[in-house]
Each structure stands twice: as C-alpha cells, then as structure tokens.
Design a protein around this ligand. Structure first.
Ligand SMILES: [Zn+2]
Length: 450
C-alpha cells in the first residue's frame, strides 16, 4: 500500500514486528478464488531428512525443497519478485503525489480551508491532517487497490471480497486520522514553540508515541480488524505453556486471532510491550500446521520474547528517528528557502509543509529498505536459532519454512536476500534446521533396549 512506508503506519506495523508469517490457501479460500501456491498441510519428513548414519544437512535440505512442485515454486517466486517492483512503484507514486500537492498549491489550499474553519492552531493542524489523509488516500487508491486487493486475490492469498476489504481500509483510515492527528498536533506544537531545537524534541516525542502505540496496539488497535480470543485447546496449549515455563516466560495464556477473515497466510507474532506483551497464533496456522510445526513456531516467537526484540527494536528505531529528524531539519530548511514561496508555505511551523515531510520520509524509507530488512532479518535469524534449541522440532521448523514458501521466494541469491528479505529465506531456514538436526541426531533415533 502506498502508505506502507509512511511514519504512522510504520509505527503501527512496528507494534508487531515479530512474525513468522506463512500462508496457505486450500480450506480458507472462498468460492471462485483459485489457491495460488498451495503446499501440503502436513509435510512428510523426506527420506534424506530421516535420522541415519549418513545424515547430511545439505541433502536433507534439498529433499525438503524437492517436495515443492515446480508450479507452486514459480508462482510464489513471481508473487514475491513482483513485490520488489512494488517497492519502487510505491516510492515513485508516493513521491509524485506529495510533489503534486506541493507544486499545485493544493497543500496550501487545504491549510487555508483549515484556517477558515477555526482560529485554534492545534485544531487547524488536526483538520489539515484529516484533509491530507483523505486526499492522499483517494489519490493513492488505484495503487492501493491493486496491491492490497486485486493482486492478493489473483494469487489466492486474499479471502475478502471488495466491500469488507474497503471496510477494513476505512477503519485503518479512521485510526490514522485519530492517532496521526494527535502525533501531528504534538509535533507541530513542538516546532512552533522550539523553532531552533525542534528536531531533537520532535524525535523524542515520536519515540514516546512509538512506545505508546506498541503498548496499546494489541489491546485497542488490532481488535478493530480481527477478533482476538484466548486459545483454549489443551492439545495445543499444554506443550506451548510447558515450553514457555521452561524458558522462563510467565505466560498463562496464548491468544488466537481470525486472520482467515482477510488472508490465507499462516502466521504468529509477539506484540505489545510491558503488560500488553503477548504471543498470538493465527487461525490459518492452527488449522493447517502440524503440532510439531506449531511448537517450532512458538519456540521462534518465544525467542523474540526472551531476547527482548521489541525493546531492542524500540532502541534501534529511536536512533533512526533522531537521524530522520536531523535529515528533516536540513532538507526542510533548504527546500523551503528555495521553493517555499512558490508552494505558499510560510515555514516549518506551517501545516502545509506536511507533504514535504512525507516526501523526505518516503525517500529515506526507500533508500533504507535493505538496512531495515537486514535489521529485522537478523532478529528473525536469532529467533530461529533460539526456537530450534527451545522446541527441538527441526522438522516442524522445516515444514513452517515450506508453508512460508507459499508467498515467499524459497531460494534467492545472497544479494537478493540481503536487499529484499525481512526473514531468512526458506532454503536457509530449512538448512539451519537440518544442521541443528545433524548435531542432535540422538534425539530422533529410537533408544536401544536395555
Ligand atoms: Zn519472527
């Protein structure tokens, strides 16, 4: 979606960074929707991956990968590689949109309208923000519709028809109006009161909002789109809670959510912070994953938890925010000195400057893509290693990696993985699992009788 890379959506996305997403299609797709790259529900452990004296991690990895049909692989490669281009189109489309608002004075006109409606400055900011979001949503709709709806349906990943999908987009828009409006009022307040040091304080205020959003998201935001309930199936929860106790996680319950309302993808995540931190499994995973696979994924999620990935991400993105605000200060000063008059923007405290702020954010987000992905992928790899050690389910983990391959390219080149992958590739994940298995074969061979 066009706003994927904008600040606010970024904040909400950050609220559940830690996911093992995978996808599926068979049972959940409605009539008329062709499943895309469906993998078998329960994948058999191939011969080369079964314990033996000549167990070889490379051969076991190849044997797992050989279970994926050529057509399934080529469709998921096409889907995933299309995503590379969408990063570019999203960037160009958004940049053009923001320039349009500036160049034709539409941003100044929206500000004038807000000023005619009230004399109260913070309220003017809120009204401008609402106008800005509505206008950019309408102008960005063609690409958002293609990317979020038609393309997902084309690949059998979406389960919604157009009207419920639009309903969800409306909810997201309203959340963005309210939460983004509050952030905007606070930030413009800072800029107007502290015209010299605003960028430092602005970064500080943004970090506080980031932590706040991560904390409230699982309780107040995510339930607007999906139903979250406590998972109540002892067959699944008993081993998970045992795993949690063994790893010093004080969890009493595991949550589930009805992701199948929107998508066929399997996933699980750790979300929230402090009191709201929780592990959630989606219903696609519960329906299609084997018990071994669910445990392998839970081990991974517990890795995020025990390794404090959300807290570390907050720290990491705090540094990114400071860098972004420094860049913002420099670029706003230069751009306004040059084009401010033509764009009818009086200064950085003028709300009409907002498209320029988003333009800088979009450029930074685009250039930053490989570094962002590498940061996330590094955490994911750590969680993978933790999960293998904790769950001792290398075959369950390999199965999860194959299910992921329904929408993610399994065997990219190393540079491709570095730039585009926010999780280790399926091939690398299976190889990690098989390497672990090779070193722990005694766990999988029957004990000799005494
Ligand atoms: Zn993860």
């Amino acid at each position: 979606m066009i706003f994927r890379r904008t600040i606010l959506t970024g904040l909400v996305v950050l609220a559940s960074l830690a996911c093992v997403g995978a996808s599926c299609a068979a049972q959940t797709t409605g009539p008329g929707v062709k499943p895309a790259t469906v993998m078998p529900d329960v994948i058999q452990v191939p011969l080369a991956a079964q314990p033996s004296e000549h167990f070889d991690a490379d051969a076991a990895t190849d044997a797992y990968l050989a279970q994926i049909s050529v057509s399934a692989r080529s469709r998921s490669d096409t889907y995933f590689e299309g995503g590379y281009w969408l990063i570019l189109w999203d960037f160009l489309y958004a940049a053009a949109l923001y320039l349009l608002l500036l160049h034709f004075g539409w941003s100044a006109a929206m500000r004038n309208l807000a000023e005619r409606m009230t004399r109260f400055k913070p309220l003017q900011t809120f009204i401008y923000w609402s106008e800005f979001l509505i206008v950019t949503t309408i102008l960005g709709a063609p690409l958002a519709l293609y990317e979020g709806y038609f393309r997902e349906r084309q690949y059998g990943l979406a389960t919604q028809t157009l009207v419920p999908w639009l309903g969800d987009q409306l909810i997201v828009l309203l959340v963005n109006v309210v939460l983004g409006g509050v952030v905007c009022m606070a930030l413009f307040g800072v800029v107007r009161r502290l015209p010299r040091t605003w960028w430092i304080w602005g970064a500080g205020v943004s970090i506080v909002f980031l932590i706040f959003f991560i904390m409230i998201a699982p309780v107040f935001i995510f339930p607007l789109l999906n139903k979250y309930t406590v998972l109540d199936d002892p067959k699944i929860t008993n081993p998970i809670l045992s795993l949690a106790r063994a790893n010093g996680i004080p969890a009493q319950k595991v949550y589930q959510m009805d992701a199948s309302r929107q998508t066929t993808r399997m996933s699980a995540n750790v979300s929230g912070y402090g009191q709201t931190m929780r592990i959630t499994l989606n219903d696609n995973l519960l329906r299609r994953g084997s018990l071994e696979e669910i445990q392998a994924i839970m081990g991974h999620e517990m890795g995020h938890y025990v390794l404090h990935h959300i807290a570390k991400d907050i720290l990491y993105f705090s540094v990114v925010f400071v860098f972004f605000f420094a860049l913002l200060r420099w670029s706003l000063e230069h751009a306004l000195a040059r084009w401010g008059e033509r764009w009818k923007i009086s200064g950085i405290g003028d709300t009409a400057v907002l498209p320029l702020v988003f333009l800088v954010g979009t450029i930074l987000g685009f250039v930053y893509t490989p570094f962002f992905n590498t940061h996330i992928r590094t955490n994911e790899h750590e969680a993978d290693m933790y999960g293998l050690n904790a769950s001792r389910q290398p075959d369950g983990f390999a199965q999860a990696a194959i299910h992921l391959g329904e929408y993610r390219k399994m065997s990219p080149g190393p540079v491709e993985e570095w730039i585009f992958f926010d999780h280790p590739s399926g091939r690398n994940r299976i190889h990690d699992a098989m390497r672990w298995k090779a070193e722990n074969l005694q766990l999988f061979t029957p004990k000799p009788e005494h």
